[in-house]
Design a protein around this ligand. Structure first.
Ligand SMILES: Cc1cc2nc3c(=O)[nH]c(=O)nc-3n(C[C@H](O)[C@H](O)[C@H](O)COP(=O)(O)OP(=O)(O)OC[C@H]3O[C@@H](n4cnc5c(N)ncnc54)[C@H](O)[C@@H]3O)c2cc1C
Length: 332
């Protein structure tokens, strides 16, 4: 049958020896060769079965618990966002996609999630362009399909390790305290806290933030990926089972990543993807007086200087966290 949620139907392309691809690159090749179905015209009328009684949508102001900075939704908004992304975004995607402060990714994920934009349509339009940015954008859309075809073939991966590493994740009081600090954006690592606060405020987080906060929770704090996935799922406007759970597993090293023990160092990540600290100052205003990259390492200030900032000490020493993780995974 035709793809609906994805651009290519899960299971439409498979490797010789399995019902799904566990490695992205060969999947991407086959996905590209397969091609994407034609975009269908909107139906002129939609017949609603008689037994369904229509109810008015609640208005935004009537809904509890929405993220205060949630972007507006709906098809017209999605279409406008897509047009403006084609005009000034997609062709620069390659250079800009990892720049935390620039915030120059498409932000189309909620529309793909709710179906206010069609993934097939996006792929067709992007393929008409010749830029590297457009090609890399299509590749990201393929990642979305990739995770969908993994979950379709292995539904248990929504809750269980796709490939177990025998982890005995931390639990108990000290783990609970660390989890709370992570959720609240109070770990003492500014870039982690900035991203966690963006999530809470916008119901959305930059991909680089998702990677480094997930690595921080699962590897530096050695907390179960399910704890993080649940928190994300509760707050993300684009939260979906396939992409959330399987990206979490990818970062935790229990999924399809071929380097399961890779650990992202939050300070190095911060210096690389937020070199002048703009992203951190946007979300962690307590540190707003710290200029440039100094904002990434407030613990380097003298005690007297530190006392000026109402900001927590790091919940964990990075070297200790790394040591704990390596012992747990039995690696040198
Ligand atoms: C721990 C973690 C959890 C995540 N949870 C979700 C989730 O619940 N829902 C979700 O849609 N994405 C998730 N992602 C993937 C990615 O972070 C978001 O799709 C992206 O940040 C959305 O922003 P954008 O639309 O501006 O992306 P762009 O960079 O503009 O990319 C365009 C589109 O490609 C797709 N895409 C990009 N990166 C990925 C990826 N790594 N995996 C799958 N699809 C991707 C998305 O549909 C996205 O809208 C997660 C990533 C991580 C590391």
């Amino acid at each position: 049958h035709d793809a609906v949620v994805t651009a290519v139907t899960p299971g439409a392309v498979t490797p010789a020896n399995s019902d799904h691809f566990a490695v992205f690159t060969p999947y991407f090749r086959r996905w590209t060769e397969k091609g994407v179905r034609a975009v269908l015209a909107a139906p002129r009328t939609v017949r609603v079965p008689d037994h369904i009684r229509s109810q008015p949508y609640p208005l935004r102001d009537e809904m509890d618990g929405l993220s205060p900075g949630l972007a507006e939704g709906g098809e017209s908004v999605g279409r406008a966002l897509w047009r403006s992304w084609l005009r000034n975004g997609i062709d620069q995607y390659t250079e800009n996609h990892d720049d935390l402060a620039g915030d120059a990714t498409s932000k189309l994920s909620p529309h793909l999630h709710f179906g206010t934009l069609s993934c097939a349509e996006l792929v067709h339009a992007a393929r008409k362009r010749s830029s590297q940015g457009a090609a890399d954008f299509v590749r990201q859309l393929c990642w979305r399909d990739f995770h969908h075809q993994v979950l379709a073939a292995r539904p248990a991966a929504a809750a269980d390790d796709y490939r177990t590493r025998g982890d005995r994740w931390r639990s108990g009081k000290s783990a609970d305290r660390d989890i709370r600090a992570w959720q609240e954006g109070a770990t003492g690592y500014p870039v982690v806290d900035a991203a966690m606060r963006q999530l809470r405020h916008e119901g959305w987080m930059h991909n680089r933030g998702r990677l480094l906060t997930a690595s921080f929770l699962t590897k530096t704090l050695y907390v179960d990926w399910r704890v993080g996935a649940r928190h994300f799922q509760q707050l993300l406007v684009d939260g979906d089972l396939a992409n959330n759970q399987l990206n979490w597993q990818w970062v935790a090293g229990t999924g399809t990543d071929s380097r399961p023990n890779r650990v992202l160092n939050p300070v190095l990540q911060a210096k690389r993807y937020d070199p002048d600290g703009t992203y951190v100052r946007r979300w962690v205003p307590e540190l707003g007086d710290l200029r440039g990259a100094a904002v990434h390492e407030p613990w380097k200030l003298s005690g007297e200087e530190r006392a000026r900032f109402d900001y927590p000490e790091p919940v964990v020493d990075l070297a200790d966290g790394l040591g704990r993780f390596k012992r747990a995974r039995g690696i040198e």
